[in-house]
Design a protein around this ligand. Sequence first.
Ligand code: ADP
Length: 388
Amino acid sequence: MSPVPPTTEQVTGLLAGVIDPELGSDIVDLGMVRDVTIDGGQVTIAIGLTTLGCPLRSQIQSDVTARIEGLPGVVEVRIQWAELDADQKAHTMSRARFNAQADRVSTLIPPTCKVLAVSSGKGGVGKSSVTVNLAAGLAVRGFAVGVMDADIWGFSVTRMLGAEGRLAARRDGDRQLIVPQGRALGEGRLEIVSMGNMVDDEEDALMWRGLMLNRAVQHFIEDVAWSPDLDYLLIDMPPGTGDVQMGLARMLPRAEMLIVTTPARSAQKVAARAVTMGRKSHLRIVGVVENMSAFHAPTGEVYSLFGTGGGGELAAEAGIPLLGRIPIEESVAAGSDSGEPIVLKTGPAAQAFAAIVDLIVHEAAPPVEMAGCSARLLDAIEAAVDRA
Ligand code: ADP
C-alpha cells in the first residue's frame, strides 16, 4: 500500500520554514508561494520571484525540495518558477520591510543561518554529546557555529565545550542583549549560550520553574547577539516532546530536526515520538544519528550493549536518512569532561562524527549559499518596485 499523500496544509506548513535568505522572511509570508497542487505523490509548487534571474533561486529550490521530499507519501517535487508582477512584487517588498522591523524584536539569528534542532525524545541517549561534536566538527571546517543549550535543566554544553565563563550583556537601544561565549576552533569558531553560563550549578537552575523556564528559552531565541555571519546554529533541545519543544518549533519554524537515538528499542520508540512532534510542527527532519552503537574492544570483539539496529529501523519507518552510527567509546565521555569534543581527535567515534559532519555540509543540510547575491540587488529590486 502506498502512503497517503500529504495535505496542502502540510506542504504549506513546511514551506513556511523556507527563508528567502536575502529578504529575510519565509516564502509563504512574502507571498512568493503562488500555488500548491498535490496529485497522488506528485507535489507541484508555483513560486514567484522578484526577478527570474535571482541568484538565490537554486538555494530556494534545494531548500523547498529537501523539505517537501521528506514528507511521507511524496514521490516527486516540481517547482514552477514565475516572475512576480509589479503589484505582487510591491506586496512582497512591503512584507519584507515590515518583517525586517518586526524581526528586530523576534530574533537575531541571521536569515542565512541553518538552524538544526538536535532532539531525542528522552535524555541520556547522548543528545548533548552529538550536538557539541557536530558543532565542533563544523567549526574546524571553517564555519561560524552557534550552540544554544535549550536543555535548561540538564545543561551540559558549557562543560562539554570548555566554555564555562559568564555571559555578558550588551545594550542595543532600549534592549538588553545576551552576548554568547566565543571560542575559536580551527578555521572557524563557536558561539555558545547556556544556562551553564548563568548559574553555578544544576541546583540553581532547578529554582527556575515553569514559566521562567519557557522564558529562558524564549530569551535565548530572541535576545542573543549572534554574529551576523553565523553559518549554523545547533540547538540542544530539552528531552521530551511537550510544550517547550512545540514552543520552540513555533518560534523558529525554519529549524530542521536531527534525531538522536540509541540501538535500544525503548529509545527508538521515544525518538519516534520526537519525529511525530516535528512533523506536526511542520519542521523538516534532516535524519537520524544512532549513538551508543556497538562497542569495539581493542581485542577485536564487538559488543552490542544496547542492542542493534534501532537507528536504522527508526530511519526506515519514518522515511528519513540514517546519517551515521557513533560507537560507545570511553573517549566520547572523556572528551565531554575535558571540554575537548572527541571529533577534534582520532579514533572510530571521532571518524563517525566527522563523517556525519561531512554529510551535513555536502548533502543533508548544506550551508546557505549567498554567492552572487548582494545588498545592491535588493536595492535594485526596491528601485524597480518604486518605479513600477
Ligand atoms: P543527553 O544529552 O541525551 O542527556 P549526554 O550527551 O549528556 O546525553 O550523554 C549522557 C552520558 O553518556 C554522558 O556521560 C556522555 O559522556 C555519555 N556518552 C554519550 N555518548 C557516548 C558514546 N558514544 N560513548 C560513550 N559515552 C557516551
